[in-house]
Write a protein that binds this ligand. Structure first.
Ligand SMILES: *[C@@H]1O[C@H](CO)[C@@H](O)[C@H](O)[C@H]1NC(C)=O
Length: 501
């Protein structure tokens, strides 16, 4: 299925640069990356013009690393523009408004349903930290899982894995089984240095499925969505500023509906920040049904072209998002985002630039060593939780080729109980899920390793799961020890978690 190409505006420079400068996001989540909380209490939008005190250092810092022939992927960014969480975790912003997400499948009219999807789509862009921040680049094979507890007692589950490093691809799966909602996506951020700006071109698609709708009972009704690109302005001089830009699309092939949404970047002399515009059309007839306008971090409007009625579609001004819940770090395997990046995140939060760079570099160096080792041994890396899509005519995933990767599991489209079981079998998601407790290492091992500086996550044997064990077999220094599933051990482990703080 052809997804319209994003129009690229004024991208004059072709430097591939700051492969790190992917998204510039969400400092507001700092405590959640270390602990767990469900409701965001951070101030939402409107603070994105904070002047970073050390801003001038960005220029000096970057220039000091730019030499002829330098490996630009190795440019180290100053810590103050790092978001203390991984891109795999940052993607959950997309699902962080259950109040716009969950009602979609209940709407009978196809056009109204499409509008509800657009409302959902537009509700998440305001979630960002003050200032301009980029999330940590996930390493190959890094995974992150989490879940949301919804007010109606049901849950939404999220499973993600970094499926490629060069070029970076973050693949994810989300499902709210009782609500008939499934999302499959692969995000492929591509960085560009544009002089005084850095851009992260957000390639890749997501397919949102409403499984109770559509002709195809397995695939449901599909909404194929792309993302706006992200820009960090003023990285060399002037004020740093975060912008979303260019066109993104939401297409529903089953109902011939398409939304073309423009995230408008401010012009040099005129225009405003954070504006959106767009239309909802019938793709077959070309008839425009609605017009969209407003600010992605403020009020967004929808106007019915026939009746000229204009309404508020979503008001992001005071919108609060619901953060997902993740298992405690002590239960996570060595390559799960929060555990993997814990030392880096702590250093970022402590604003310890040297320590943050050191910790981050350790992880990146290890990844490079692993890649070199694979080449030596002629081993090809394979994602653990995702499989390549089987596209092409007659293929299982025909029309979904742009996903690249899809969750490698059968997940029932109609029976929530079966689906939930199948999802929980993919990877541990819930606290002390049977799956995880089974593979926990006895607490004594974790005590000794916690006391040492956890130089590399792999040297920390606090926990291990089936997942970490099956991870390509290399660098799994920690042996998998089957743990007896007893209450006592769980309690001791809880103590460990406390000590760790
Ligand atoms: C930063 O962290 C390192 C390593 O943990 C430590 O030795 C150093 O004192 C810290 N620096 C500051 C300014 O806190």
């Amino acid at each position: 299925m052809p997804v319209p190409h994003l129009r690229r505006t004024s991208l004059t420079s072709g430097f591939l640069f700051l492969s790190q400068l992917t998204t510039l996001q969400t400092m507001s989540d700092t405590h959640a990356t270390l602990g767990r909380s469900s409701v965001d209490d951070s101030p939402g939008s409107g603070e994105d013009e904070i002047v970073e005190p050390e801003q001038g250092n960005v220029l000096l810092h970057i220039i000091s690393q730019l030499r002829p022939g330098a490996d630009l992927s190795r440019v180290v960014l100053p810590t103050f523009i790092l978001e203390p969480r991984s891109m795999l975790e940052r993607i959950t912003n997309f699902m962080a408004h259950p109040e716009t997400l969950l009602p979609m499948p209940t709407i009978d009219d196809p056009v109204e349903r499409f509008v509800s999807v657009i409302k959902f789509y537009l509700s998440g862009w305001h979630i960002k930290p003050p200032g301009v921040k980029k999330p940590l680049n996930p390493i190959l094979g890094e995974t992150f899982t989490c879940y949301w507890d919804y007010p109606d007692g049901t849950r939404g589950y999220y499973v993600s894995e970094q499926t490629s490093h060069h070029p970076p691809k973050s693949s994810y799966f989300f499902m709210a089984p009782e609500h008939h909602i499934r999302i499959d996506g692969t995000l492929k951020p591509r960085s560009k240095f544009l002089g005084n700006s850095a851009a992260s071109m957000m390639e890749g698609i997501a397919i949102l499925r409403l499984l109770n709708r559509g002709q195809d009972k397995e695939k449901g009704e599909r909404y194929i969505v792309t993302q706006p690109n992200m820009y960090a302005r003023g990285i060399l001089f002037g004020k740093m500023k975060y912008e979303l830009g260019d066109h993104s699309y939401v297409r529903c092939p089953e109902n011939n509906l398409v939304a073309d949404i423009e995230f408008k970047t401010k012009g040099y002399f005129s225009g405003t920040y954070n504006a959106i515009g767009g239309t909802i059309k019938n793709e077959k007839t070309g008839e425009v049904l609605y017009e969209l306008s407003g600010l992605w971090n403020g009020e967004m409007h929808i106007k019915d072209v026939h009746t000229h009625r204009k309404e508020v579609l979503f008001d992001a001004t005071h919108a609060r998002h619901s953060k997902p819940l993740a298992r405690p770090i002590s239960e996570q395997a060595e390559r799960e985002s929060q555990r993997l990046w814990e030392p880096t995140v702590k250093a970022i939060l402590a604003q310890n630039h040297t320590a943050a760079t050191d910790e981050k570099t350790k992880i990146e160096d290890r990844q490079r060593d692993e890649a070199a080792k694979r080449i030596d041994e002629g081993v090809e890396w394979q994602p653990r939780l995702f499989r390549a899509v089987h596209g092409g005519p007659g293929g299982q995933d025909e029309g979904e080729e742009d996903l690249d990767w899809i969750i490698n599991a059968e997940v029932d489209s109609h029976d929530p109980q079966t689906a939930t079981k199948q999802i929980l079998a993919i990877a541990p998601i819930l606290d002390c899920q049977k799956d995880c407790s089974q593979f926990q290492i006895p607490p004594h091992a974790s005590k000794s390793s916690n006391s040492a500086t956890p130089a590399l996550p792999e040297q920390d044997t606090t926990a291990n799961t089936a997942g970490a064990a099956s991870f390509t077999g290399e660098n799994t220094a920690a042996p998998v020890v089957e743990r007896k599933d007893t209450e006592t051990q769980e309690e001791e482990e809880f103590v460990d978690a406390e000590e760790k703080q």
